[in-house]
Design a protein around this ligand. Structure first.
Ligand SMILES: NC(=O)c1ccc[n+]([C@@H]2O[C@H](COP(=O)([O-])OP(=O)(O)OC[C@H]3O[C@@H](n4cnc5c(N)ncnc54)[C@H](OP(=O)(O)O)[C@@H]3O)[C@@H](O)[C@H]2O)c1
Length: 253
C-alpha cells in the first residue's frame, strides 16, 4: 500500500489531492491547522468509499513542533505496518491580502516566509528519513511565481515565496535523485478554494473577470489540481522530476 502525507489536506487543493490519491488506493495522512472538522470529514468520506486515511494536526509555520509531528506520523505508519511513506504533498498555504511593496510589513513578510518557505523546507528535512527511496515530493506553488506571469501589484511577498518553492524544487530534485526521489511542483492558477478567507464565496463577483482572462473560460476547481498532484506522485510520472507543472486552464495566455 502506497502512503501519502498531504499538508493542508483539510480544504481545497490538498483535500482534493487526498480524495484523488485515496481513489487510486493510496492511504493518506491529511494535516490540518484550524480545520479539524473538515479534516475529519475528509477522513470519513475516504473511509466511506473504502479507503484508508488519518488526520493529524500540524502548523507548518512552527518548525519547533515538527519533531512531535514526525513522532505522530511514525505511530500512524506503524499502525499501517510501515516504517516509511511514499509521497509528500507540501501544499499548506495562506493567501496574502493585497499590499503594495511600500506598505509591506515585516510581520506579513515573516508570516509568508514561515508558511511557504521555512516551514516546507524544514518539514521536508524532518520527514526525509521517513520518505521511502524512489518516493516523491510535490510542492504547491503558484502561477504568480512563473517567469511567464504578468505581475499583479500587491502580491510581491506571496509571489516571491512561491518562487522560492520552484527553486527549492529544482535543488531538491538534484540532491534527492541519489535516492531515486522525484521532486516536482504544481502551479495552480486561480482556483475556487477557501484561500483568502473564502474570497470567492464571499465575493462571487470576482469570478467572471478572472474567468475572462483564462483561456478555458472559467476559474479552476480543486479537482483540476488534485488530479495533477495525484498523477505527479504516481508511477505514470516516474520520469518527471525538477518540473513545475502549470495547471491554470491557460491563465493570461
Ligand atoms: N486557490 C488558489 O487560487 C491558489 C492559487 C495558487 C496557489 N495556491 C496554493 O495552493 C495551496 C492550497 O491552498 P488552497 O487554495 O487549497 O486554500 P485553502 O482551501 O484555504 O486550503 C489551505 C490549506 O492549508 C492549510 N494551512 C494554512 N495555513 C497553515 C499552517 N500554518 N499550517 C498548516 N496548515 C495550514 C489549511 O488548514 P486549515 O484549514 O485546517 O487551517 C488548509 O488545509 C496553498 O499553498 C496556496 O498558496 C492556491
Amino acid at each position: 500500500m502506497q502512503i501519502a502525507v498531504i499538508t493542508g489536506g483539510s480544504s481545497g487543493i490538498g483535500q482534493s489531492a487526498a480524495f484523488e490519491l485515496a481513489k487510486r488506493g493510496t492511504a493518506v495522512v491529511v494535516t490540518y491547522r484550524g480545520g479539524r472538522d473538515r479534516a475529519l470529514e475528509t477522513v470519513e468520506r475516504i473511509e466511506k468509499d473504502g479507503g484508508t486515511a488519518v488526520a493529524l494536526p500540524l502548523d507548518v509555520s512552527r518548525p519547533d513542533t515538527f519533531g512531535e509531528f514526525r513522532a505522530a506520523l511514525t505511530g500512524v505508519l506503524e499502525n499501517w505496518g510501515r516504517t516509511s511513506f511514499d509521497f509528500l504533498v507540501s501544499n499548506a498555504g495562506v493567501g496574502q491580502p493585497p499590499v503594495m511593496f511600500e506598505d509591506t510589513t515585516e510581520d506579513l513578510f515573516d508570516q509568508m516566509i514561515a508558511v511557504h518557505l521555512k516551514g516546507p523546507y524544514f518539514l521536508t528535512q524532518t520527514l526525509l528519513p521517513l520518505l521511502a527511496d524512489n518516493g516523491s515530493i510535490v510542492y504547491t506553488t503558484s502561477t504568480s511565481a512563473l517567469p511567464t506571469a504578468r505581475p499583479t501589484p500587491g502580491y510581491s511577498v506571496y509571489a516571491s515565496v512561491k518562487g522560492a518553492q520552484i527553486v527549492l524544487t529544482r535543488y531538491l530534485a538534484k540532491e534527492l535523485s541519489a535516492r531515486g526521489i522525484r521532486v516536482n511542483a504544481v502551479a495552480p492558477g486561480v482556483t475556487r478554494t477557501r484561500l483568502g478567507d473564502d474570497a470567492f464565496a464571499q465575493h462571487p463577483e470576482l469570478i467572471p473577470p478572472i474567468a475572462g482572462r483564462t483561456a478555458l473560460g472559467r476559474i479552476g476547481e480543486p479537482d483540476d489540481l488534485g488530479t495533477v498532484i495525484a498523477f505527479l506522485g504516481s508511477p505514470d510520472a516516474g520520469w518527471i522530476t525538477a518540473q513545475t507543472v502549470e495547471a491554470s486552464g491557460g491563465y493570461e495566455l
